[in-house]
Design a protein around this ligand. Structure first.
Ligand SMILES: NC(=O)c1ccc[n+]([C@@H]2O[C@H](COP(=O)([O-])OP(=O)(O)OC[C@H]3O[C@@H](n4cnc5c(N)ncnc54)[C@H](O)[C@@H]3O)[C@@H](O)[C@H]2O)c1
Length: 254
């Protein structure tokens, strides 16, 4: 029980990695506020947690709304008495060529993937300061580090998440608040459903480990970053990408 007695908010936890993180946190003893734009999906995550005797409540909210992020933190405190952990996981991806990106596409990607992390952190940090400790875990991506085709706004937002993580860690120095990022690679979630099931796509085979990542691979890293075991880690990032980013074997390598 590495998170016994702790209270966590996980945004976007009605699906994919957010759901896996919420479930894994609950297994480790934390009470969870499951926040998602899709309230039905959030309820489904709560049911899965409660089925294993965990504690969780659902909230329908939009991370791009400051009012919603404040309500989210107030609800967690009202229900569970405190907040110890914020996981900024909610995200969305727009896949089209640069020339086809509209200005609205650009703003939507920045709003959901970057501004949402900023707003949730700004709503949670006053509570962390009151309770004397806090952990913020930002979901970034390998797309923060590599130029990937047909994702200009998404890549820019995710690179921004890495910058936000480092700068926020500095602004919160000396306050017992750690800010870290997780950059997943190819994880088999609904966001990647088409690629994960297509016989033409071999993203798993491109990794050093040789398989697609599962949402639980990310959740295990999140448990560590949320726990007291990582109190000396801030401003930095864990890659959960099966070695894809730095490990490249060329054909005929000797
Ligand atoms: N799947 C991957 O391979 C991969 C790789 C790198 C990074 N990521 C990042 O990891 C995070 C989780 O991805 P996933 O694959 O689990 O996605 P997913 O599509 O399965 O789930 C995303 C969840 O976020 C919610 N959401 C979307 N917009 C929201 C908003 N404005 N307010 C509140 N909730 C909102 C959705 O309703 C959904 O439940 C995202 O930040 C994503 O960019 C994913």
């Amino acid at each position: 029980m590495r998170l016994a007695g702790k209270v966590a908010i996980v945004t976007g936890s009605g699906s994919g990695m957010g759901r896996a993180i919420a479930i894994e946190f609950a297994k480790n003893g934390a009470a969870i506020l499951v926040a998602d734009l899709n309230l039905d999906a959030a309820h489904e995550t709560v049911q899965q947690i409660e089925a294993k005797s965990g504690r969780a409540i659902a909230l329908g909210m939009d991370v791009t709304s400051r009012a919603d992020t404040i309500k989210m933190c107030d609800k967690a405190v009202r229900q569970f008495g405190r907040i110890d952990i914020l996981v900024n996981n909610a995200g969305s991806r727009c896949v089209k060529h640069f020339l086809d990106h509209t200005e609205a596409d650009w703003h939507r990607m920045i709003d959901i993937n970057l501004t949402g992390h900023f707003l949730c952190a700004q709503a949670a940090v006053p509570h962390f300061l009151k309770f004397g400790k806090g952990k913020i875990i930002n979901l970034a991506s390998i797309a923060a580090h590599t130029g990937r085709p047909d994702r200009v706004a998404y890549c820019a937002a995710k690179a921004g998440v890495i910058g936000l993580t480092k700068a926020l860690a500095m602004d919160l120095r000396g306050r017992n608040i750690c800010v870290t990022a997780i950059s997943p690679g190819s994880i088999a979630t609904p966001m990647n459903a088409a690629a994960a099931t297509s016989s033409d796509v071999n993203w798993g085979g491109e990794t050093v480990v040789g398989r697609w990542g599962q949402p639980e691979d990310v959740a295990y890293a999140a448990v560590f970053l949320a726990s007291d075991e990582s109190d000396y880690i801030t401003g930095s990032e864990i890659l959960v990408e099966g070695g894809w980013l730095y490990g490249r074997a060329r054909d005929g390598e000797i």
